[in-house]
Design a protein around this ligand. Structure first.
Ligand code: NAP
Length: 165
């Protein structure tokens, strides 16, 4: 399992139910990386997507204890009720874990980080305060730091963390 997130220097990923930054190159990276794969997200992140619906050309799985099966259909998502249910669903669909990308938000990154092997972190070099954080990345992940890019005045890097034990 992998995770993909845009995280600032203070660990923040979201504010007011939305993303904190709009970096075109990062969106393109997200689309490229997740295309044809399976995405796992929390209910609040689903609601923040365009139209509150799953993204096209991907299998969209939402973790939710409250969303009805009917609502799941309307929003083009499959629903998992807890972590066990998620792994059962992946097994029943024959989806290998390396094809799975956890796309947020804070609650779901925290829940699934223990199962993630690779973290694609767009590190936004800003100290802006937010409301929702990415969990602290444990020491068993080795960091490969990308070079600094700019979106206007906003600096960011494409970092990769790989679990080494
Ligand atoms: N920067 C980034 O890369 C990035 C990426 C994604 C999201 N975000 C931001 O993150 C924020 C949203 O994050 P969030 O932490 O508030 O919400 P979230 O993780 O997207 O969703 C939380 C919901 O997931 C469900 N859930 C949580 N744990 C569960 C479990 N163990 N089993 C089943 N369902 C479970 C619950 O839904 P029910 O209430 O239905 O049970 C819960 O309300 C937004 O601001 C969003 O824009 C940022």
């Amino acid at each position: 399992m992998n995770a993909i997130a845009a995280v600032n220097l203070k660990g923040y990923i979201g504010k007011g139910g939305d993303l904190m930054y709009n970096i075109k190159e990062d969106m393109a990276f997200f689309v490229r990386t997740t295309k044809g794969k399976t995405m796992v997200m929390g209910r609040r992140t689903l609601l923040s997507l365009p139209g509150g619906k799953g993204l096209k050309n991907r299998t969209n799985i939402v973790l939710s204890r409250t969303m009805t099966a009917e609502e799941g259909k309307e929003r083009d998502v499959l629903i998992a009720r807890d972590v066990n249910d998620l792994f059962e669903l992946l097994r029943s669909l024959g989806i290998p874990e390396e094809e799975v990308f956890v796309i947020g938000g804070g609650e779901i990154y925290s829940l699934l980080l223990p199962y993630c092997k690779t973290l694609y972190i767009t590190r936004v070099l800003s100290e802006e305060e937010g409301e929702v954080k990415f969990p602290v990345i444990p020491a068993e992940f080795a960091l490969t730091q990308g070079e600094v890019n700019y979106c206007g005045d906003l600096a960011y890097r494409f970092d990769t963390y790989v679990r080494n034990r």
